[in-house]
Design a protein around this ligand. Structure first.
Ligand code: ES4
Ligand code: ZN
Length: 324
């Protein structure tokens, strides 16, 4: 089965670049930037990656990202991800970055955007991976901060396919960002949002009805509401599901209870993604392998999941047919 999975051409639609920051690279960049990190080895860092919930993880994720300072750092981070994704036969990626995590520390937006963009352009030639970039707003910060970020992005709008919404979900419902999402739509961007990871089905409804998103990140808790499932199926929206993330953040107790098979059976367009692979123990190939081992997925199901990732991407129809 793992051979079969390895050979499937895949797209990855839910990946936080800051979440692909492997401890070895973190140490190398910290040394280069003369920044102290409170661990002695990569093994010690990995041993600290035990999370009871999303917030537990986010605290460590933001601490790790704080060693990123120069354009070259963002380039190295992005290049390392693309190289690793290519090894899993990933052909197309739509990746998130969190500008506020960096601009709030005094790193200029341009430094972040230029480093990532250069790596994506070079990666297309070197690894044959096409890429789109999603600017993600931090939902624990006020909407004004998201507006300021969108303003900073204006000179680079042609580099961004979409805006997203991530970070602490509960207590920060989608409607908090209604106006900035409307402005992003006006600027020609697609819209995605994390919804129903820890938050209730009502947050997914709000992401659909108030934000008018084009794709749902996670969406697990949608299954608690049959009317919501019906709506998502009717609209043909894609869910970017992240099995190992769900396990490590205790969204599911055990992968045997993971809802991805049920999602497919309900007619939902589910995809498999790695979210923050450096923190959750595996890239997209490992996520496929883990669900294939835990659930009664057929080869046809696995083929469907991989095909869904291209169908649910923001590639044009012509670009999609070039990939499949
Ligand atoms: C995230 Cl798993 C997850 N959920 C919400 N926000 C995030 N940022 C990075 N990973
Ligand atoms: Zn995520």
């Amino acid at each position: 089965m793992d051979q079969f999975i390895a050979k499937l051409p895949k797209a990855e639609l839910h990946l936080h670049l800051e979440g692909s920051f492997e401890p070895e690279l973190m140490f190398a960049i910290a040394r280069r930037n003369k920044v102290e990190i409170p661990y002695r080895s990569a093994e010690e860092v990995r041993a600290a990656y035990r999370f009871a919930n999303l917030q537990d993880f986010l605290d460590i994720y933001y601490a790790g990202a704080s060693v990123l300072l120069a354009e070259e750092d963002f380039f190295d981070l992005t290049r390392a991800y693309l190289k690793r994704a290519a090894a899993d036969n990933v052909r197309h990626v739509e990746v998130f970055f969190d500008p506020q995590t960096h601009t709030d520390r005094g790193v200029p937006f341009k430094t972040v955007a230029d480093g990532i963009w250069r790596a994506l352009c070079e990666g297309e030639k070197e690894f044959g991976i096409t890429a789109k970039l999603i600017l993600s707003f931090l939902r624990h910060l006020p909407e004004e901060s998201a507006f300021a970020t969108l303003k900073q992005a204006e000179p680079y709008l042609d580099r961004f396919a979409a805006v997203g919404l991530d970070s602490s979900e509960v207590g920060h419902p989608p409607a908090k960002f209604a106006r900035v999402f409307a402005a992003a739509r006006e600027a020609g961007l697609k819209l995605v949002a994390h919804a129903g990871e820890e938050g209730p089905p009502e947050y997914v409804w709000e992401a659909l009805d108030v934000l008018k998103i084009d794709r749902i990140d996670h969406g697990n808790r949608s299954l608690e509401d049959p009317r919501l499932v019906e709506r998502i199926v009717k609209d043909g929206l894609t869910l970017t599901v992240c099995p190992l993330s769900n396990l490590k953040l205790c969204v599911v107790k055990d992968l045997k209870q993971h809802p991805i098979k049920r999602m497919l059976d309900l007619g939902l367009r589910a995809t498999v993604n790695s979210d923050d692979p450096a923190f959750f123990g595996g890239y997209v190939g490992a996520n496929f392998e883990a669900i294939a081992a835990a659930l009664p997925l057929t080869r046809e199901d696995l083929r469907t999941l991989a095909a869904n990732s291209f169908a649910g991407s923001f590639l044009s129809d012509a670009e999609k047919s070039a990939h499949i």
